[in-house]
Design a protein around this ligand. Structure first.
Ligand code: HEC
Length: 159
């Protein structure tokens, strides 16, 4: 074999040695139709789902609601719920005050639904606030409303 022939044979053999059956390479986490059927976490509520039932009203529920409200809602609604939060002071559309008649008369379920579905310019909190926490926050909004419209009997100072 001429040196040139030997070189050609060597090159062909070298190229062929790179050819193995790539279809049988094992892969971690290979795609399968079953793998795409993701089960959502238990307390996930999709847009438009029926609301979970409200839990019993307790002090612990209100305290949880206050804590979550301060994290998720005060940036726009303010600690007082008057709709003048820091983000609004920086230019975000102002929400209505929780203390207007319409929202004082709205069922507690409405607050839950607004968190689930969003409302106008307000985006949904379904992915951020779990259903039990939505009830806790809704209960706390009720407490906030009461704080701004206490019944006269609640503010008697002397007897
Ligand atoms: C980024 C700002 C922002 C945050 C954060 C926010 N909201 Fe709102 N919210 C709005 C705006 C703006 C509106 C008014 C939307 C409209 O009428 O178009 C609104 C409206 C509302 C209303 C009144 C709906 C009605 O019937 O008029 C409720 C109740 C409410 N939000 C609850 C909440 C709760 C509870 C949270 C916290 C989980 C929250 N919001 C967080 C901006 C926000």
């Amino acid at each position: 074999m001429s040196p040139r022939g030997a070189l050609t044979l060597f090159t062909v053999l070298a190229l062929l040695s790179g050819c193995d059956d790539m279809t049988v390479q094992p892969k971690a986490g290979a795609w399968s139709p079953e793998a795409t059927l993701v089960t959502p976490p238990q307390d996930t509520v999709a847009w438009g789902d029926a609301a979970l039932k409200p839990p019993p009203l307790t002090l612990a529920l209100l305290q949880r609601g206050q804590q979550r409200f301060r994290i998720d809602c005060t940036p726009c609604h303010s600690e007082l719920g008057d709709g003048n939060g820091m983000v609004v002071q920086r230019g975000f559309p102002a929400p209505p005050s929780y203390h207007i008649d319409r929202l004082r008369q709205a069922p507690t379920q409405h607050f839950y639904d607004v968190m689930t579905d969003g409302y106008g310019a307000m985006y949904s909190f379904a992915g951020r606030v779990s259903p039990p926490d939505r009830w806790a926050i809704a209960a706390y909004i009720r407490a906030l409303q009461l704080s701004q419209h206490p019944p006269a009997t609640a503010v008697q100072t002397s007897r």
